[in-house]
Design a protein around this ligand. Structure first.
Ligand code: LLP
Length: 459
């Protein structure tokens, strides 16, 4: 695997801390692959000057580096070819950032798409993703969502009895996977752990034979595979190796129960570097471990390798994205801290307030200025907890400076809200000096679009 940092050029002179020399894949770096400093001492991404982008498109602004996203897609695909002799598919977990442009981009790279709602399904289909490569997840899909899934010809990842019974009652031919709870613990925030026994997702392994019996009685339900996902932002490899054993065991049990399943979907979960203390494995190392777990488990049983699927979200789009804000007010609390407020916050990045997530920031309009201050980067929401970074090392900043938060490509836009009736930011996709608007900035009109004023309240 090529060392990404070996593409070093003089443009990285102000950014060494963001590019680990050992990094093999984008998820191990703090900035997008194309990030560099230009002659104006500005941050440049995808060949575009970031302060210029803010001038053109406004702030806050989500910026997505096409090179980083495409590189991550290609690394997943090539690692499967390298480490797994059987067939393999990579799906983009679109919950990380569902929008037309990104679904279309990953599909063009040869990935399928995992969706978890009618809305994500609609988005993937509207982006032109082949329904044969779309997988519909969710622990409480409505009857309508199930019908939409069947209608559009996607695979449905069945989570529970109610869904199974609904699909049986609909009487339509449908391809399904069964989501299982593999009972594997991993070390990540409790809200983003999903594979442990006490999880709302999936069938317990003990229910498997009863589920198989039910499916066998309904010939229009074609069960092609089994699915499990153990959690997100995971740095350990062992849980994924263990998952291979559990899932191959389930595969054998399912076949013994009379369903000739051929594929295993082992979910996503590979973590990314948000700060220099994060040390995730590379995409290649993750795929190798997942593949190895399955190869060994099949070897022990002397069975042929099944088709494998994985569905990363964060490690594909997370490192590709940054958010540019304009700095506004500043408040010194003597002896305590200095607050530096930016023009966004928990509405465009709810992760710090939700999961206590940490991020790195840099000043995009004066990269070489010495980092002489430690400040608290606060958002503009009416909430004391609206802090993006508790302790950011920055140069002295004044109102109007452009502050960039790195690693915001996953679960930022997709979890964004209109709290305080703040408009969601625009997003641009940058590559080789071109910036394409992929999400327009919301307007006040968008904010009141769904509002209704009952006649007795109208002026
Ligand atoms: N597959 C399934 C079934 C999932 O539930 C998830 C994530 C993924 C794949 C993708 O996982 P990834 O590769 O992105 O780790 N909002 C949280 C993350 C929630 C993840 C939910 N499921 C956050 O901002 O950290």
């Amino acid at each position: 695997m090529t060392c990404l940092a070996s593409t070093e050029n003089s443009g990285r002179r102000y950014l060494p801390a963001y590019f680990s020399p050992e990094a093999e894949s984008p998820n191990q770096q703090l900035l997008p692959l194309s990030a560099r400093g230009n002659d104006q001492d500005h941050l440049e991404v995808g060949g575009c000057d970031v302060p210029d982008l803010v001038e053109r498109f406004g702030s806050p602004l989500y910026i997505v580096d096409e090179l980083t996203l495409r590189t991550a897609c290609r690394q997943y695909l090539s690692a499967w070819k390298r480490f797994y002799p059987g067939p393999a598919q990579v799906l983009f977990a679109s919950k990380a950032w569902s929008c037309l442009a990104l679904c279309a981009l990953v599909a063009r790279e040869g990935l399928g798409v995992d969706v978890v709602s009618g809305g994500e399904l609609y988005t993937a289909l509207a982006a032109g993703v082949d329904p044969g490569r779309i997988y519909l997840h969710g622990n409480n899909k409505s009857r309508l969502e199930l019908e939409q899934g069947i209608e559009s010809g996607v695979t449905i990842v069945v989570d529970n009895w109610l869904e199974l019974e609904t699909l049986a009652s609909l009487g339509r031919q449908v391809t399904i996977f069964l989501r299982l709870t593999p009972g594997i613990e991993c070390h990540t925030h409790q809200y983003i752990r999903t594979g442990h026994l006490d999880s709302k997702f999936g069938f317990d392994l003990q229910q498997l034979s009863e589920v198989c019996q039910f499916i066998r009685q309904h010939s229009h339900l074609y069960c092609r595979g089994l699915h499990a996902h153990i959690g997100s932002q995971i740095f350990e490899l062992q849980p994924h190796q263990d998952l291979g054993e559990v899932m191959v065991q389930a595969l054998v049990a399912t076949r013994e129960a009379g369903l000739p399943v051929e594929a295993l979907n082992l979910g996503g979960g590979l973590g990314i570097s948000y700060t220099e203390t994060d040390d995730p494995p590379s995409i290649g190392a993750w795929v190798e471990q997942v593949a190895q777990g399955v190869i060994e488990a099949c070897g022990r049983r002397g069975i042929p390798l099944p088709e494998l699927l994985c569905e990363p979200g964060r490690s594909l789009v997370g490192p590709a994205g940054i958010t540019a804000y304009r700095v506004g007010s500043r408040k010194e609390v003597p002896g305590v801290r200095t607050y530096l407020s930016v023009d966004g916050g928990m509405s465009d990045n709810p992760r710090p307030i939700t999961y206590q997530s940490t991020y790195r920031a840099l000043m995009a309009n004066c990269l070489s200025a010495p980092l002489t201050q430690v400040v608290t980067v606060a958002g503009k929401h009416c909430e004391s907890g609206d802090v993006l970074i508790a302790q950011a090392q920055l140069p002295p900043a004044v109102a109007g400076d452009i502050l960039v938060v790195a690693g915001t490509g996953a679960y930022n836009y997709s979890m964004a809200s209109n709290y305080n009736r703040i408009c969601r930011p625009a997003a641009v996709l940058v590559y080789a000096g071109d910036a394409s608007l992929i999400l327009r900035r919301e307007t006040y009109l968008d904010l009141v679009r769904q509002d209704l004023l009952p006649p007795h309240l109208a002026f």
